[in-house]
Ligand binder design. Sequence first.
Ligand SMILES: Cc1ncc(COP(=O)(O)O)c(C=O)c1O
Length: 373
Amino acid sequence: MLKQSLKLMIPGPIQPDPAVLEAMGSPVPPHYGPAFTDFYNETLSLLRQVIQTSGDIFLMPGSGSAGIDACLGSALLTGEKLLVGINGFFGQRLVAIAESSGLVTVPVTAEWGQPLRSADFAAALDAHPDARAVAVVHLETSTTIANPIAEIGALCRQRGVLFFVDAVSSLGGLPFQMDDWGIDLMASATQKCLGAPPGLAPVAVGPRAWESIDRVPSSNHGWYTNLRVWRHYAEDWADWHPFPITMATNNVMALNASLKQLLAEGIATRLERYRGLALRLRQGLRQIGLRPYTPDEMLAPVLTAAYGPAGVPTGKIVSYLEREAGIKISGGLGALKDQIIRIGHMSPTTTDADIDETLAALRTFCEQNQGAP
Ligand SMILES: Cc1ncc(COP(=O)(O)O)c(C=O)c1O
């Protein structure tokens, strides 16, 4: 058996609360019948409070990318045009997913480390009046930058284009209001701020998205990730099996337990707690001489990046912390490889003591690697 003893300070998967792991390890129930159907529906209603939508919600077994695939592939036809915000690795990933469904993507870029600007989407929509949709990552996990979703959503409403948001690393950790922000489609994942193990992609679909989905042929882009298939079973088999496949029952049980903890704590209180961790970490990083990658005004409450000591590839810091302290942090992705470290504090179980322990290990590393060539 694989023994996991590392302290996870990465941007997902997170270490869930013991009660969530206990739910995950419960005896496996059948995925159909009235008892599991009620439980599934209860889980959706808990999730609804986090997503803040009156639209439809599905739990798709798979990782966040399955949900993204489902949203983009179901709502748009091969050859249709999509504006994609790119200011990091996961914006680029949205392009790859969209293009796998034959969509024509138009990049709307900002420098890595800077947020996307709604004015740039307005200009891109002027230049591409045939664009049907806009896709944006909420929290760009590669750079820790939160993009201005409410502003871009308001623009999309004004211009009558669909708005898809990748909330894989933000849902449950950053403010999120699907309906009020004009979001039509959203995909997330359970292994980050939702506090559960990997395995489910929550997907939410609003009425304008359904209009777009119902416009496309039923054979559009596959079956498993076709949202029309998911709606069909949610309606036709509502009383006993409201999804088309064998549901990942224990993942639903874990998510249910985690969502109950989140709502019992209160979303605002949880977010404030994460912000406190972020501020503590930033202060400690500065004391060690590791400059945060973004200014405090742009902090992500659940994820912090910092530059390493001059001349030290940050991969070395990541290996050191794992080897010497049993703490798993992340390095930079893509263009930021070996440039930054990224420390996740998106688990509901993360405490001040975890932040302090991580800082202590980083301090020792820095003391041993001062002025390294
Ligand atoms: C913003 C963002 N989008 C998409 C993904 C891909 O999610 P998954 O690995 O769950 O498919 C990630 C994973 O880290 C992410 O952070």
